[in-house]
Design a protein around this ligand. Structure first.
Ligand code: T3D
Length: 255
């Protein structure tokens, strides 16, 4: 079992809760390792992951009590942050970040690495790094400008101000901001939809969108053809078409 996260599976959905609420779920080495381990050893019954935070924050980023001048940031990023982010972006099932409260520094970028980000209205996203003399890491300089454009990315990063959940949704940084009182139910409903959906198609969509910014249209059409070929050979496609013709809901198995 884990020390810095909670991990529970229910009805096809694994919920990974960052669980150091006294420090706003700051990331230390052990938490990075535990997140990586949990996401790379999922049981076959799991068909969606929800990542969230215990207490009033989602995650406050790097634990600044372990930082100090002695910390080799380059090594930590390569050996600990990169595997953690890869475990999210290459997770074998879709990942929802359920941002229950503030997401700061690497905590913001951990959330933004998920396939779908749903935030409670009281939550905010802070590219906090310049407050301590650093640059955004954990993928922030890749993902944020693609989502919101360079002007907004620069503003967020130079000024390190909180961007509210509503503003983040408006800008296209996240999928949705939900009222605090319907947040948990809204996240659970989305997680069930993903857990009962065509997993292979979901992962192929992730792959296609991730590749799109590095491809020209010709290359992207070729990628779509390859991925759609694969989806077309799935049991879920056969079931989807059969269910449509029989006018009943499809029962997808993720195969
Ligand atoms: O290692 C590397 O390779 C470098 C990687 C860097 C990646 C990064 O993430 S750098 C950015 C690190 N994070 C930050 O700079 C954010 C620091 N935290 C904050 O700015 C604020 O705490 C928040 C905006 C997140 C929340 O503010 P607020 O006012 O709601 O709460 P608070 O009172 O500041 O925090 C509550 C407690 O959590 C407090 O402890 P206390 O006083 O009750 O004992 C605070 O010290 C602690 N805490 C919050 N963030 C961190 C933290 N402790 C350690 N590390 C933290 N990041």
């Amino acid at each position: 079992s884990f020390q810095t996260i909670l991990f529970a599976v229910d009805d096809g959905v694994a919920t990974l809760t960052l669980n150091r609420p006294a420090v706003m779920n700051a990331l230390n080495s052990l938490m990075r390792a535990e997140i990586t381990q949990a996401l790379t050893t999922l049981d076959a019954s799991v068909r969606a992951v929800v990542m969230t935070g215990a207490g009033r924050a989602f995650c406050s980023g790097q634990d600044l009590t372990d930082a100090g001048a002695a910390l080799d940031l380059e090594r930590t990023l390569r050996d600990e942050y990169e595997p953690m982010l890869a475990a999210v972006t290459r997770c074998p099932v879709p990942v929802i970040a359920a941002v229950n409260g503030v997401a700061a520094g690497a905590g913001a970028n951990l959330a933004l690495a998920a396939d779908v980000v749903i935030a409670a209205e009281g939550a905010s996203f802070i590219q906090a790094f310049t407050r301590i003399g650093l640059i955004p890491d954990a993928g922030g300089t890749w993902i944020v400008p693609r989502a919101v454009g360079t002007a907004r990315a620069m503003g967020m990063m130079l000024f390190a101000e909180p961007v509210s959940a509503a503003q983040a949704a408006d800008w296209g940084l996240i999928w949705q901001a939900l009222p605090d009182d319907t947040f948990a139910a809204g996240v659970a409903a989305r997680a069930q939809t993903l857990a009962k959906g065509p997993t292979g198609a979901f992962l192929a969509i992730r792959e296609a969108l991730a590749a799109s910014s590095g491809n020209d249209l010709t290359a992207q059409l070729a990628l779509e053809a390859r991925l759609q070929g694969q989806a077309g050979r799935s049991a879920d496609f056969a079931e989807g078409v059969a269910a449509f013709l029989q006018k009943r809901p499809a029962v997808f198995t993720g195969r």
